[in-house]
Design a protein around this ligand. Structure first.
Ligand code: ATP
Length: 348
């Protein structure tokens, strides 16, 4: 049985349908990231699971038990907010102990668990500090300790790394992952950062208009996006419009034929092709090759992004790795090629 099952969840705010008959299962001990554009329903999903919002329809089941009517503090889960929401007048230890105290955990046990939680997030000795005397990263850890001290089976994290700078963000992300493994709790984390979503998760759920449009292991979702939206949202793939023709896919914008590895689903109207899967191949002919002119070259550190105007008029993003030598200059005519396995038919 999954730890958490969401069944047909709907939530409306006036004219806005924030969740639209959403289904999702989360396994015990799993790290799931929720990714989606602004307003796709990510925060609402967490708030409904935590009990801060009631769904209009559908069910939230934790180990098969329906949580409707169970108040937030009585749910065996915890939520960590982006703002951290530490009590400014309470020191770190008191902030962490707050929930335990409310639950009637005896003082002596509280102290031990607070120490343990502080050690877990690497803040031994910080119990007596007030929140305003901590750095942003330290405050973030206190919030995490406070969320973990009740040993929830499920932790909901809404943009927990949002306030950190890039370096600290990466390090804290890895620490979060390690903590999740250590505690064995399932984590559901909302993030705007697609790299972070891919890097940390066992599975990624992509939300669009209040529904899960794709769910899977990070590599699977990245390599085989199901829809136009997922293809462009995760890693900005080229989405090529056209139509199925025999074994191939005619793409007027490229003036070329794409040929995927397997059979092309009938009625396919678009295929995705990742920039880093397209290579300069002088002399390439036939299906899975195209010609064009380089319009822009943008250096990105570990590679360059080329914008190539294909013969059919489409603008193609092409990744050019540093180890392949200097990129062709603006204005050069190029031939491009790619493997059949890199052509991904899209369902919508
Ligand atoms: N309390 C509310 N009252 C009215 N509308 C709301 C409320 N909460 C959310 N919404 C609307 O519901 C939709 C989903 O909001 P939600 O906050 O879940 O999206 P999100 O994916 O978390 O977005 P973001 O990434 O911008 O935080 C949005 O259109 C939002 O404006």
């Amino acid at each position: 049985m999954p730890l958490l099952s969401l069944r047909g969840l709907s939530k409306r705010f006036g004219q806005t349908l924030a969740l639209d008959r959403l289904d999702l299962d989360v396994a015990a001990g799993e790290f799931l990231t929720l990714l989606g554009g602004s307003g796709s329903g990510k925060s609402t999903l967490l708030r409904v699971v935590a009990g801060f919002e009631a769904a209009d329809a559908g069910a939230v089941l934790l180990e098969g038990r329906d949580l409707s009517g169970v108040p937030p503090h009585a749910r065996p889960l915890n939520m960590m907010f982006q703002s951290y929401a530490l009590f400014p007048h309470l020191n770190v230890a008191a902030n962490i102990a707050y929930g335990l105290k409310r639950d009637g955990v005896p003082r002596a046990e509280r102290a031990g668990r607070v120490e343990q939680a502080l050690a877990m997030v690497g803040l031994e000795g910080f119990g007596g500090r007030l929140p305003h005397r901590l750095s942003g990263g330290q405050r973030q850890r206190v919030a995490l300790a406070r969320a973990l001290v009740k040993r929830p089976r499920l932790l909901l994290l809404d943009e927990p790394l949002g306030a950190l700078d890039a370096n600290l963000r990466e390090r804290t992300g890895f620490e979060l992952r390690a903590l999740q493994r250590e505690t064995g709790a399932a984590f559901i984390m909302v993030t705007h950062d697609q790299q972070e979503a891919l890097a940390l998760a066992d599975r990624v759920a992509v939300l669009e208009h209040g529904r899960v449009v794709q769910l899977g292991a990070p590599r699977a979702v990245y390599d085989r996006p199901a829809t136009r939206f997922v293809a462009q949202f995760l890693g900005t793939a080229n989405v090529l419009e056209g139509r199925a023709a025999g074994e191939g896919f005619d793409c007027p914008g490229l003036a070329a034929t794409l040929r995927p590895e397997g059979a092309l689903p009938p009625g396919t109207t678009a295929c995705a092709l990742r920039p880093e899967r397209i290579a300069l191949r002088p002399g390439a002919q036939g299906p899975n090759s195209a010609g064009g002119v380089v319009e822009e070259v943008a250096f990105r550190g570990d590679d360059s992004l080329l914008l190539v105007r294909a013969e059919g008029g489409a603008l193609l993003r092409v990744g050019h790795a540093e180890e392949d030598g200097p990129p062709p200059p603006r204005g050069s005519a190029v031939r491009l090629g790619w493997e059949a396995a890199s052509v991904v038919p899209l369902a919508g």
